[in-house]
Design a protein around this ligand. Structure first.
Ligand SMILES: [Zn+2]
Length: 215
């Protein structure tokens, strides 16, 4: 949803017209802001990254052990190793690792992402309820200085914030079917994912398009 800041009234109002003086805000003073609740456990990208990391580590370890045996032990030792429990044990560790990932994601619970697009760039603030174990499950310290009172009277913990300037955006991928816009500052990896409630997609896509023409 668009909010605009009026310099004269020093306040922000919904829409592009100031509710104090009725003046229309210039494009530079208009921000698109929305929030969306997500559950890390249900995030397929978190799972894919964890699976790749764990299976990749297991494969590397096996390749290294078999490689060393092939070089220094000879074919007989490799056959012996193949028959041993090594592969099963390594895969079992990978499965245990996935179970631990599941537990951590489960404890992370629910989080709220607040996205703001302004004339500078895109900003993401991730919040969750101020429970120590929720911070620990994100491998973060439960810093009480990051607990902030909210407008509705509750207190939320600022887990992380991320900012990407429009000038740093290399490419944009629009995914209306999944209601997400991906902003890349490096080729192909670590995009900032602007997740949107379905009704907010078109507005955000138009806003991003305005500052990322041809990207
Ligand atoms: Zn005003």
């Amino acid at each position: 949803m668009i909010y605009s800041y009026c310099k004269r009234c020093r306040m922000e109002s919904p829409g592009d017209v100031c509710s104090g003086c009725g003046k229309r805000a210039t494009a530079a003073l208009q921000r698109d802001k929305w929030s969306i609740a997500t559950i890390p456990l249900a995030d397929s990208r978190a799972w894919r990254a964890s699976c790749l990391a764990l299976l990749g580590a297991a494969a590397l370890l096996l390749a290294a052990v078999f490689g060393l045996e092939a070089v220094y032990g000879g074919p007989a030792r490799v056959t012996l190793l193949w028959k041993s429990a090594l592969i099963r044990v390594t895969l079992a560790f990978a499965v245990v690792g996935l179970a631990v990932v599941f537990l951590f994601l489960l404890i992370q619970g629910r989080e709220t992402n607040v996205f703001t697009l302004d004339s500078q760039g895109a900003h993401q603030h991730t919040w969750h309820s101020p429970r120590k174990w929720k911070s620990w499950a994100r491998l973060q310290s439960a810093d009480p200085n990051k607990d902030f009172p909210q407008q509705d009277g509750s207190v939320m913990h600022l887990s992380q914030e991320r900012h990407m300037l429009w000038q740093d955006v290399l490419s944009v991928k629009y995914r209306p079917a999944r209601s997400v816009i991906l902003l890349y500052h490096t080729p192909h990896c670590a995009p900032m994912a602007l997740r949107l409630p379905a009704g907010e997609y078109d507005l955000a896509a138009a806003y991003v398009g305005k500052y990322c023409k041809g990207k």
